[in-house]
Write a protein that binds this ligand. Sequence first.
Ligand SMILES: [Zn+2]
Length: 168
Amino acid sequence: MSKTIFYLPNDKKLKISFEVIELMFSYAQDSFAALESGGILIGRILESTSDYVIDVASTPMLKDIQARSSFKRDAEDHQEFFDKHWVLQEGRCFYLGEWHTHPEKVPRPSQIDVRGWKELLNAEIQDQMTLFFIIVGTQQLIVWHGCIVNCRIRITRLGHIRRNEIIY
Ligand SMILES: [Zn+2]
């Protein structure tokens, strides 16, 4: 399968667990009736290298608003999901970003997506200046890295993972 390790502009690395990749692709919008899905990304920042590892993702919750080409996450439900993991991991996990699906083969972020990502970066959740954004298309998912450098938001495309290269 294609690599699940991505290199950040600052030479740090991001690793996404196979389970999370599989989970996100399981929500790919294969049928015309399939609605957008999404959730938050949770993971670790390795002490030795400061590399990022995404190993947990939340999935659509009851109060989320899902449509064919929009997904609105209910903040409370996903926060609760995060809190549960935080307790389980004894505080050793971080909110690392967001993912959602698109009804297209190779996903492109909409203006609303980019605006939303910038808002999240501006919110400086957990005082963390780095977040990841994933959009899952029907053929591949794409990963972006967002950070604040010298008070300016920078969003960079890190790479993609092809669905047909995933071994089930
Ligand atoms: Zn979108």
